[in-house]
Design a protein around this ligand. Structure first.
Ligand code: ATP
Length: 418
């Protein structure tokens, strides 16, 4: 089974939008072993979309098209598919009713334009998932005597993912004659490079390749760390879950404490949950990270543990925190571990928290930017560390915060042992 991806949208060609849909779809296809040899981007032009579709259909069994299913005149994907199928567009009253209902549930009347979205190529079916107004389309067709299919999904990533993850993958795997159950689990890690992980897991991957029940893939995810995705295949859900559990245990044993969570866990949710388990509260003072830590912690599950956060950029607030910590910080110590320690202890006192965290650093010429100091203050003392990070302000903010949370996980939470 071969499946191509065609992303429709002139913005994609002009570089106004990055085509993340195609890469996500590519990942899903690879995970279930469907070959995907071509990905095409094409502008909102009927002739060129038709050319792209015909070419894709000439060399693959299935094509997933994303984008161009909106209500406006330049949303022409459904028209072009009908032309390639050699059929008319027909009005689908069920779809029209669904769209009308979406508008009326928000107290609005459906604009006439949206009726375009209820037009479906004759012989195509619509997908059950429909989070927005655009229905996904399953368009079977015969090309040179061979059964093929085009799936059309909206460009909006959230809508596209629901449809591809649901109807499209199920239908593709049925067409490929694959009735096995497939599931994935993502192991979240922080603190090793991709090549480092690959080296540690090399023997394990070789063994998996020879056995053929499960695969491992590495996904470098910037400030979110490195993800190791385990995909397992089996006759039913229970056997796949057993395989995933066994693989997860082996990966965790091989990687040790760089593993901080699985699937939807984030560094902040793991740290907050760890602190909550031991009944500890948290306060944060940030200079160099300018509120990034607070913005990650406040929406996370378990954020009730965070008693407060201060963006301590002004002189007065810094001095106040130094005084609460009962230390003096010389001007020449700005941005150093000495300042980070004073800020962490000061903010711990300010909010009467069990754990105080601080990020400090200088973004002026006194020290090379990228050098940051972080500190963790608890009742038993202050732990500090200095890192040299890439000279890029966003990355400095992100990596200092996630690195600091990781240090909390490895020290305060690990020491608690729960
Ligand atoms: P809608 O019904 O919402 O108009 P649509 O099918 O017409 O959906 P487009 O208008 O092509 O989709 O795209 C809607 C938005 O989805 C774009 O503005 C863009 O933000 C995002 N988008 C579209 N294509 C892609 C893509 N290939 N990768 C990532 N994002 C995309």
């Amino acid at each position: 089974m071969k499946c191509e991806v065609v992303a429709v949208g002139t913005e994609l060609l002009l570089g106004q939008i990055v085509d993340t849909n195609s890469s996500w779809i590519g990942e899903q296809l690879a995970a279930v072993g469907i070959d995907s040899h071509f990905q095409t981007k094409v502008g909102d032009n009927p002739r060129r979309i038709a050319d792209a579709l015909r070419l894709a259909l000439s060399r693959s069994d299935a094509v997933i098209v994303s984008g161009g299913l909106g209500p406006t005149q330049d949303d022409i994907t459904r028209d072009v598919i009908a032309e390639v199928m050699g059929v008319e567009l027909v009005h689908d009253e069920m779809v029209a009713a669904k769209i009308r209902e979406m508008f009326s549930s928000r107290g609005r009347e459906m604009p006439a334009n949206n009726l375009r979205q209820a037009l479906v190529p004759d012989g195509a079916s619509t997908m059950d998932e429909q989070p927005g107004t655009a229905p996904g389309l399953v368009c079977p067709m015969v090309v040179d005597g061979v059964d093929k299919v085009v799936y059309a999904v909206p460009g909006v990533p959230m809508e596209m993912r629901q449809m591809v993850g649901g109807t499209v993958m199920t239908d593709l795997r049925r067409r490929a004659g694959d009735d096995a159950t497939i599931a994935s689990r993502v192991i979240r890690t922080w603190g090793n490079s991709e090549s480092g992980l690959a080296e540690v897991l090399a023997d394990h991957i070789d063994r998996l390749d020879s056995e053929g029940h499960a695969t491992l893939a590495f996904l470098a995810s910037g400030v979110e760390g490195l993800k190791v995705r385990i995909t397992a295949k089996g006759p039913d859900q229970a056997s796949v879950s057993r395989l995933l559990d066994a693989e997860e245990a082996e990966v965790r044993a091989a990687l040790g404490d760089i593993v901080f969570g699985v699937d939807d866990d984030t560094m902040e949710s793991v740290v907050l949950a760890g602190l909550a388990r031991s009944g500890q509260t948290l306060a944060v003072a940030e200079t160099i990270s300018g509120g990034y830590m607070a913005s990650r912690l406040t929406p996370a599950p378990g954020s009730h543990v965070l008693l407060g956060a201060v963006v301590a950029t002004g002189d007065a607030v810094r001095q106040r925190l130094y005084r609460l910590a009962e230390v003096e910080v010389a001007d020449s110590d700005r941005g150093s571990v000495a300042e980070a320690a004073a800020l962490a202890e000061g903010v711990r006192q300010m909010f009467d928290a069990d754990v105080g965290l601080a990020t400090a650093g200088l973004s002026d010429t006194r020290r090379p930017s990228g050098e940051v100091a972080v500190a963790i203050a608890t009742s038993s003392g202050v732990d500090t560390v200095e890192w040299r990070l890439p000279r890029d302000h966003d990355r400095v903010r992100q990596f200092s915060c996630i690195g600091l949370l990781d240090r909390v996980r490895r020290t305060v939470i690990a020491a608690d042992g729960r």
